[in-house]
Design a protein around this ligand. Structure first.
Ligand code: SD4
Length: 338
């Protein structure tokens, strides 16, 4: 799944803002449905989301079905096959948001295969937005989600054993294709080509409604109890059905610092394109971090109500997948600043 693919530079060709497919009113062209998601794994996830969207399904169903594919893949960056925390335990975070500003989230969830579906259940069946830790697991079990084994996947076990030799925790620059970009990660991954832990997805459905999802195992070898941006509405994900939707990946602490995905959506509200909005949010993080910005990666992707999309990141190595037709599911290299 993670073998190198030919990256299509749609962004740099300006196709990210080309309107087509259907038209709304007489001036404003709308591209819908459309789904975009972070990293290489987004291709398979988009495919599942597209199956929902192409039949006229709801964006909410699409973004859940899409990232469930990634959560299911063993030895992947996301889900129970992913790298554990420092204690050797895999803990998962996820959130979901729909066109009515309904949202749900789980964090530090253990031994449940589909945190995104538990997050949706929190949204739909409780008066709350977030459930964490044991309480989240208890809720998942009560809702009929099976309790999975606690055993690490083969790759995660290998990575953890390797990491234990030094037990060093440094922020890791998330990238695709590590071979090109150098040995950043403190651990070894199956094919040496990626070191990220998250998928974020946002979609616009045929009815013109937006939804988003984000699911992660968090930073590899994180402190026990550490949460990043991914389960936090406004940081890892934000949807405003009047404006657009955005999601984030990378160093969660720095996404939280600027309420990243909410910031991107608010910038789109002020009239910026998705790409410009993602760029401004990335610039804000770089301003805050100063010289330390070179040590981290953050990437944002966004779509607006017209189905325009874009992404931006701090440094080279981020990509995202864009799907808007049966035969159009393409990887785009994220533009970067440093
Ligand atoms: C986190 N944002 O837990 C996530 C990590 C990530 O690719 O995106 N990794 O901070």
């Amino acid at each position: 799944m993670h073998s190198r693919r030919r990256f299509l530079q749609l962004g740099s060709l300006g196709l990210g803002t080309l309107p087509f497919l259907s038209f709304k009113g007489n001036t404003s062209a709308v591209r819908k449905p459309i789904v975009i998601s972070t990293w290489d794994a987004g291709i398979a996830a988009n495919k599942a989301a597209w199956e929902v969207l192409r039949k006229g399904g709801r964006a909410l169903d699409a973004v859940e079905a899409g990232v469930m594919v990634t959560e299911s893949s063993q030895n992947c960056c996301v889900g129970l096959g992913a790298n554990p925390d420092r204690e050797g335990i895999v803990t998962l975070d996820a959130c979901i948001m729909d066109e009515f500003a309904n949202c749900g989230s789980v964090a530090a969830l253990e031994r449940i295969k589909h945190p995104i579906s538990v997050a949706r259940r929190v949204m739909e069946k409780t008066p709350h937005v977030m459930l964490v830790g044991q309480g989240a697991q208890q809720f998942a079990l009560a809702e009929g989600f099976p309790l999975e084994e606690s055993k690490l996947s083969d790759d995660a076990q290998k990575n953890y054993t390797e990491w234990l030799k030094k037990s060093e925790y440094k922020p890791v620059i998330n990238i695709e294709n590590r071979k090109e970009h150098g040995p950043f990660a403190p651990s070894r991954f199956d094919n040496g080509e990626w070191n990220h832990d998250t998928i974020g997805m946002v979609a616009l459905d045929a009815n013109g409604n937006l939804s988003g999802s984000c699911t992660t195992s968090g930073m590899a070898f994180k402190m026990r109890g550490r949460l990043g941006d991914s389960p936090i509405i406004g940081a890892g994900l934000f949807v405003d059905n009047e404006v657009g939707a955005a999601t984030a990946t990378g160093q969660g602490e720095d996404v939280i610092r600027i309420a990243g995905s909410h910031t991107v959506v608010e910038l789109m509200r002020q009239g910026l394109s998705p790409e410009q909005a993602c760029k401004k949010a990335v610039e804000r993080i770089i301003r805050i971090k100063g010289a330390k910005a070179k040590d981290i990666q953050v990437g944002f992707i966004a779509i607006n109500k017209r189905g325009e999309y874009g992404g931006y990141c701090i440094q080279k190595g981020f990509n995202y997948a864009v799907c808007y037709a049966d035969d159009k599911n393409l990887l785009v290299d994220g533009k970067y600043i440093l």
